[in-house]
Design a protein around this ligand. Structure first.
Ligand code: MG
Length: 172
């Protein structure tokens, strides 16, 4: 028996997309430790061309990935003197402008920082506020968490830190 079904809708691009970002930096003497835009008192800091804010970098790459709009190295090459010691929160905000030009807005993100020392708990809420204001994501939809690596590997030995992020963007 023939069934009278409505015609299928034409395919549409998805209106919500997710992306993943990863970053790591070496801990060295003579550099400030800046994570999520906060200067954290510690005897070592992160080596890098910019301020080496791995939290901001992982989040930037997650948002760019969600929008399929490139990556942080393509937008802000580490061979460009303009980005030497750059404030990575400003780079994150600029990447969000690029994402909006690509037709998306950031709506949600979750970041995990993996490092042995120092403890980040006192700085987490300030990081969330800074990252939320740079991206336009509400503070209630932006999460930052800190973990140790249980003493294992380069992170466990205190040679460096890593950050991983997932983010969601929505079509404008
Ligand atoms: Mg980086």
């Amino acid at each position: 028996m023939a069934v009278d079904l409505p015609a299928p809708l034409p395919p549409r691009p998805p209106s919500v997309r997710s992306g993943i970002g990863y970053d790591s930096h070496r801990l060295v003497a003579g550099r400030p430790l800046i994570l999520g835009g906060q200067r954290i008192p510690f005897e070592l800091g992160l080596a890098g061309h910019s301020d080496a804010d791995a939290v901001a970098h992982a989040l930037t790459d997650a948002l760019l990935g969600a929008a399929a709009a490139g990556d942080i190295g393509r937008l802000f090459p580490d061979t460009d003197p303009r980005w030497k010691n750059a404030d990575s929160i400003k780079l994150l905000a600029a990447a969000c402008d690029h994402i909006r030009q690509a037709g998306f807005r950031p709506v949600q993100a979750d970041v995990t920082v993996i490092m042995e020392r120092p403890k980040l708990a006192p700085f987490i809420s300030a990081m969330i506020k800074t990252l939320a204001s740079a991206t336009g994501i509400p503070v209630t939809a932006l999460s930052v968490k800190a973990k140790t690596n249980e003493g294992m590997g380069f992170i466990g030995r205190g040679e460096g830190i890593a950050a991983i992020a997932v983010a969601t963007v929505e079509a404008l």
